[in-house]
Design a protein. Structure first.
Length: 433
């Protein structure tokens, strides 16, 4: 089973990993070099002290009477070596190529005053003994057990503190580096050409300020291009109303005939299409209407009663008891478009109000519905479902596009879905402010 290492997905985790690994390796190298230098210094000092100490200790034991020597052994013992008044333990002779530095120091300390021999133990390569005889012929063994210099008890705490400091500094550096990028990503995600642009702060490091200025300039260009095209559409649609009106006046003076009726119907469709075009162009800038405090239940009751006064089968279910800040004309246009569609293709409509995370208004019907593959496409301007919602029913393909634009201008969203048992559900979600 092979273990595969995966590169982190987020930029913050990648930068954090790179910084932490680099800083930890640098810290490890620094600690290793410092510890090695300390080891060399400690060993040099220990060997120098050992040379003087062994020379003095052997001289003391050599001059003491034999019966007093055992009492001095604990006084002369050291952490890494001690003295024994015997021939020592049996061991193998030291290899000429692997003579420890401590053995050389002992040889220098004893000099030629006493013949020396060394033995080592295979189980512990660094453990060796030096054997010699004092002036009276008594055996003396120096048992040497070299050991690494001990670590200071506070050193692990310092290392952990340094590691914590590295992690904190890495987190702070990555956060400072990523925060402008996250703000830019959020601004791009929430970019809405139909709403008032939210300008990014252009202060900070040079790269961040440059990216913010570029994004703000892009927002301004998009808004300018969209406004220009919508003004062009509105102007063309508005100007077409005049010749259409003249043509309708001239058709009035024509003799009654089938051709006159056809021409009158065509002019009516053209006039309706032009008005829808103007309405769509204005819906792009629906956010220009001032927000007002609106009692939603009274607003919906008024809308439903208007339809019922005209003999339309429109019902309302549910109460919200909500007073919201909204643009009532834009909201009314959205609901009217959706309700008219339900009446046109089903003959009846039901408005349903729910409050969950936000405000939800559903317009339900039992009409033919829309194919699942076309639920998103019908939101596009001038798109019509040929099988059911075609021009013969009076549709221009702009009603749902206008409703969607106005829903976005209200800070909400509009989604379509087919109902179980047939029919369509148009769901308008608004923020509950």
């Amino acid at each position: 089973m092979s273990l595969k290492l995966h590169w982190p997905r987020t930029l913050a985790s990648r930068l954090s990993l790179i910084f932490l690994v680099g800083l930890i390796l640098a810290q490890a190298l620094s600690f290793g070099a410092q510890y090695y230098e300390r080891f060399q210094s400690a060993r040099s000092t220990m060997l120098s002290n050992m040379q003087n100490d062994v020379s003095t200790s052997v001289a003391i034991l050599d001059r003491l009477p034999a019966q007093e020597r055992p009492a001095w052994l604990p006084r002369l013992a050291r952490t890494n070596y001690d003295y024994r008044l015997n021939d020592g333990d049996p061991g193998a002779p030291l290899d000429a190529e692997e003579v420890p530095v401590a053995a050389t120091s002992i040889s220098s300390a004893i000099g030629g005053a006493h013949p020396l021999s060394f033995s080592r133990f295979s189980a512990e390569k660094k453990h060796f003994q030096a054997h010699l005889r004092l002036s009276d012929g008594s055996p003396l063994t120096i048992d040497v057990r070299p050991a690494m210099p001990p670590l200071s008890p506070w050193l692990p705490g310092v290392l952990l503190g340094q590691l914590a400091l590295l992690i904190a500094c890495t987190w702070l550096a990555v956060r400072i580096a990523i925060r402008p990028l996250a703000r830019l990503a959020n601004a791009v995600e929430s970019l809405d050409p139909n709403a008032h642009p939210v300008m990014l702060d252009e202060h900070g490091p040079t790269e961040v300020a440059y990216a913010a200025r570029a994004f703000n300039a892009m927002q301004a260009r998009i808004a300018a291009y969209l406004k220009e095209r919508m003004q062009l559409l509105a102007a063309i649609s508005h100007d077409l109303q005049t010749p259409i009106t003249r043509m309708k006046l001239r058709a009035e003076f024509m003799d009654d005939s089938v051709e006159k009726d056809k021409l009158w119907n065509d002019l009516g469709e053209m006039e309706h299409l032009v008005r829808e075009g103007v309405a769509y162009a204005r819906s792009i800038h629906g956010s220009t209407e001032e927000s007002r405090r609106t009692d939603l239940d009274s607003f919906l009751d008024s809308l439903v009663f208007d339809y019922q006064d005209m003999g339309k089968d429109v019902q309302l279910s549910g109460k919200s008891a909500a007073v919201i800040d909204t643009r009532p004309q834009a909201l009314r246009r959205v609901l009217v478009n959706l309700t008219d569609n339900a009446l046109k293709f089903a003959g009846a409509a039901q408005l349903q109000v729910d409050i969950d995370d936000g405000l939800c208004i559903k317009i339900l019907d039992r009409g033919p519905g829309i194919a699942e593959a076309e639920l998103q496409q019908v939101m596009q301007p001038f798109y019509r479902v040929e099988n059911s919602r075609n021009r013969s029913t009076g549709g221009t393909g702009l009603g749902l596009a206008i409703a969607q634009q106005l829903a976005m201008a209200l800070g909400g969203s509009l989604t379509l879905s087919n109902r179980e048992g047939g029919g369509l559900c148009a769901e308008l979600k608004l923020p509950l402010r």
